[in-house]
Write a protein that binds this ligand. Structure first.
Ligand code: FE2
Length: 429
């Protein structure tokens, strides 16, 4: 199913597991069919203009109010911004090796490890970047995040994600968005799963405007998919985890959080296959800026300056004539986190491996390594297919503050900056 609301039309979706469970003519009838409870989940303020207003009506066995008192709990590597205390983030260029497989049993929530972030949960600005490496299902557990949305980018291992709306299954190459407040439970479909998470504290993700590209291009609305209803009528004990104002909380309840029998609305979780992205770039010379690869954007209050852009570098043809084709050397007002899902990224010959990640913060110079520069500036140019590659970038207007873990982990490549050390001075008169 498509999610046309991303284009600003406010379309409605509906799904029911039992014929007739969805009230036909109103949202909250005095008696809901089959003895269900009606409950609304608001993704925006009530008075948000219609084209951006997001909400969904659930028809469920038990309303969400039915849980015990929240108690604080800890997951020491899953952090929120602003950090209570953090060492100064230096202007270095950073690169890390991938998280290894866990040595003990860990589920998705237990394995979340925060690398960097900015902004703040209470002001609803900025992002946090996490990585995960897990081997267990969140059995009889659900999590919801009052602080932001999760954009999950699997790198190794498929995931099954149970939501109040139904199941989302995805493999590396696909991504999903679990919006603020939605309850979900993650299960690896294989014996191991690893990937990246962008927690978006800011405005909801949208498709970028297309400007002079026209009506067609980049990610197509019709390629986004949403779940269909699947309910559990279980009255057994569940643990409900919640992140609220940067702290993790836990409550018990004696019914499944996934008991929605029918729903309708436009505030939904969704997934997208990055391999369906229509790539646009030059067919003459030079480069378009990487914004041409934007899949989703979280706008800020300043037009054209994103709280977060999700950008990919997919398989594509490289055609530019008389051009240094890899990404150009640059210093950026925006701050960049990059990850690699598979293959090789065209700006680096080695060191940036699938599952690894890098950060190039505001105005920190970066670009192709010495070997890539040497090769790309002397090769004979002809149409070239860049196959077997899928890299991505979380690009944000706010500077990334690194966590103590990110600054001290053994995964940090202390010699990363050496990749530019052999660049020769080629100037001559
Ligand atoms: Fe960059």
């Amino acid at each position: 199913m498509s999610i046309q609301y991303l284009t600003g039309f406010g379309n409605e979706f509906e799904s029911e597991a039992i014929n007739g469970a969805l009230p036909k003519n109103q949202n909250a009838p005095q008696k809901v069919p089959f003895g269900l409870y009606a409950e609304q989940l608001s993704g925006t303020s009530f008075t948000t203009p219609r084209k951006k207003n997001l909400r969904t009506w659930f028809y469920r066995i038990m309303p969400c109010v039915n849980h015990k008192h929240f108690k604080p709990c800890t997951q020491p590597f899953f952090l929120s911004y602003p950090l209570k205390k953090h060492p100064p983030t230096p202007p270095h260029r950073f690169r890390w090796n991938p998280l290894p497989k866990p040595v003990s049993k860990l589920n998705f929530l237990e394995s979340l490890t925060t690398v960097a972030g900015n902004g703040g949960v209470s002001s609803q600005t900025g992002v946090a970047i996490h990585i995960y490496s897990c081997n267990q299902s969140m059995k009889k557990q659900a999590f919801y995040n009052a602080d932001g949305a999760f954009l999950i980018v699997p790198q190794s291992g498929a995931l099954s994600i149970q939501t109040e709306f139904g199941f989302l299954e995805m493999e590396p190459g696909e991504v999903c968005v679990l919006q603020r407040g939605m309850k979900f439970s993650v299960s690896p479909l294989e014996n191991y799963a690893r990937g990246y998470v962008c927690e978006n504290y800011g405005a909801h993700f949208e498709l970028p405007e297309l400007g002079t590209i026209g009506a067609n291009g980049l990610a197509y609305p019709r390629h986004f998919q949403i779940p269909t209803t699947h309910y559990e009528a279980s009255a057994s004990s569940f643990k409900l985890f919640c992140k609220f104002q940067g702290h993790l909380w836990k409550a018990e309840q004696n019914h499944s959080p996934f008991d929605v029998v029918a729903w309708h609305g436009n505030y939904v979780p969704y997934k997208y296959d990055l391999r369906k992205f229509q790539t646009v770039n030059t067919v003459s010379f030079d480069h378009c800026d990487p914004s041409i690869f934007t899949v989703l954007t979280s706008p800020s209050d300043t037009p054209g300056v994103a709280n977060l852009d999700f950008v990919i570098f997919p398989e594509r043809w490289s055609l530019a004539e008389n051009t240094f084709r890899p990404p150009y050397y640059h210093r950026n007002m925006m701050s960049e986190f990059m990850g690699l899902i598979y293959g090789q990224y065209d700006a680096k010959q080695k060191g940036f491996v699938p599952g690894g990640f890098s950060i190039h913060n505001c105005m920190s110079a970066h670009g192709p390594d010495s070997e890539t520069h040497n090769k790309a500036s002397s090769q004979k140019l002809k149409p070239q297919y860049l196959g077997n590659t899928l890299a991505f970038m979380f690009e944000t207007r706010f500077v990334f503050q690194l966590t103590p873990w990110a600054l001290s982990t053994k995964l940090l490549q202390k010699d990363y900056e050496q990749c530019w050390s052999k660049l020769p001075a080629l100037f001559h008169k």
